[in-house]
Design a protein around this ligand. Structure first.
Ligand code: CTP
Length: 407
């Protein structure tokens, strides 16, 4: 992807992930961008100005009161750049930006910045999960700041949780998207389902599955970035700017999908729908008895994907299903596309480590009705989502009349 002529201002704050910003600078430079870097004092504990200067081939900006330039730097750097990317962004810097504090050059730039803004947080998981940080992030998102969510895994501090700087490819790709806002799905309506349905046993108990909803959310965000009018039907409340209908059970999801389906050009069923529900929901909490066993009778849930494929007219909207398999991936997925009657099936192997259910990563096959297959290799779900959207909308273009991309 060519970034030739683009001017990227990268902000580096004081976290251990600061060293990764160096590679990000190289990625931007390799793609032809011009890069300038602004560092906080704490960032200097982790990376040296000489390294950053050598990689950016530009002066490094650190403090507010440099007299070498008659124009205040927080204004001149804003004017100069096309995008401001803060990677890594500490909890401290996020908190300052969210509250309009500008006590160093980086935060002064942030307050004065009016162009696309991208923040990639990195911190200890407890700092990240703290509601104060989460509220700061939500506040900034609501004001239009873009975020690349941190990953979950082992952190430099020894803890395990969410807080590791996002994969550099993801940050890079998001930068490219923000710099090239080609809205190839402009005018298109896309409905996406996400999350695992919850089937209640009584007011305190339920059965469900391990789906995190991350793949569906990544698809919805991607479609939104591509300019589509997105409706996300999910089993969790998503912090998004587009329409989000929250449901719990498969029955609720079916009725929401049915009522929305006609206004959409494409439906992607990424939700993990429970195949079974409790036959007789208990209105009151079931009390523990002396019995060693409790037999719960289950009855079949509706198959949402199959139902909407059956009731659609003239093969519209385009319908995409997922196939979550722990064995015989392709064989089962091929059976599923035929049995459900959808146009594409996205097959993913949920038994793989660091992939699929609950993970930030995935690897999938996109299978069409003629059983042609495209393999999308292991990557963050945001990147998988982009590949899926591009493949489906390019291939199915004539049916869903996607403007420029297919013409
Ligand atoms: N699906 C659905 N309604 C159901 C079950 C699944 O709409 N009651 C959809 C899912 O959203 C997914 C596709 O069907 O797009 C395949 O789901 P999956 O769980 O892989 O397969 P199942 O049809 O449930 O079959 P099995 O559990 O036997 O693999």
């Amino acid at each position: 992807m060519n970034l030739s002529g683009k001017k990227i201002l990268i902000g580096i704050t004081g976290g251990i992930a600061a060293y990764k910003a160096l590679e990000l600078i190289r990625m931007y430079k390799r793609a032809g961008a011009e890069v300038k870097a602004v560092l906080t004092d704490n960032a200097l504990e982790f990376v040296t100005p000489l390294t950053v200067q050598t990689l950016t081939t530009n002066k490094v900006y650190i403090n507010n009161f440099d007299t070498s330039n008659y124009s205040p730097e927080h204004i001149s750097l804003c004017d100069w750049s096309d995008i401001f990317v803060i990677a890594p962004a500490t909890a401290n810097t996020i908190a300052k930006i969210a509250n309009g504090i500008c006590d160093n050059l980086l935060t002064s730039l942030a307050l004065a910045y009016t162009k696309p803004f991208l923040i990639a947080p990195a911190m200890n998981c407890n700092m990240y999960n703290n509601t104060i940080t989460q509220e700061n992030i939500s506040k900034l998102k609501n004001k239009g700041y873009n975020f690349v969510e941190p990953e979950t895994g082992y952190l430099a501090c020894g803890a395990e949780g969410t807080g590791r700087l996002a994969d550099l490819n993801t940050i890079y790709l998001r930068t490219v998207e923000l710099l090239n806002p080609i809205k190839i799905l402009s005018g298109k309506k896309v409905l996406i389902t996400a999350g695992g349905t919850v089937e209640k046993i009584d007011p305190v108990r339920y059965i469900s599955n391990f789906s995190s909803g991350k793949m569906g959310l990544a698809l919805a965000n991607c479609a939104n970035n591509m300019g589509a009018d997105v409706t996300l039907i999910s089993t969790f409340k998503a912090d998004v700017s587009y329409k989000n209908i929250v449901v719990q059970s498969a029955e609720e999801m079916l009725s929401a999908v049915k009522s929305e389906m006609d206004r959409n050009d494409c439906i992607i069923m990424a939700a993990a729908v429970a195949d079974w529900k409790i036959k007789n929901y208990n209105q009151q909490k079931v009390k523990k008895t002396d019995a060693d066993n409790w037999n719960i009778e289950l009855v079949k849930n509706p198959d949402i994907l199959k139902t909407i494929c059956n009731i659609r007219q003239n093969n519209t909207p385009i319908i995409v299903g997922f196939s979550a398999e722990s064995e015989n991936l392709l064989e089962n997925a091929e059976k599923k596309i035929k049995n459900k009657g959808c146009d594409y099936i996205i097959a993913n192997d949920i038994s793989k480590q660091n992939s699929g259910f609950g993970s930030d990563y995935n690897e999938v096959y996109i299978i069409d009705r003629n059983l042609n297959k495209i393999f999308i290799e292991h990557a963050p779900k945001e990147i998988i989502a982009k590949s899926i959207m591009e493949t489906i909308f390019e291939q199915a273009g004539t049916n869903i009349k996607v403007g420029s991309v297919c013409s």
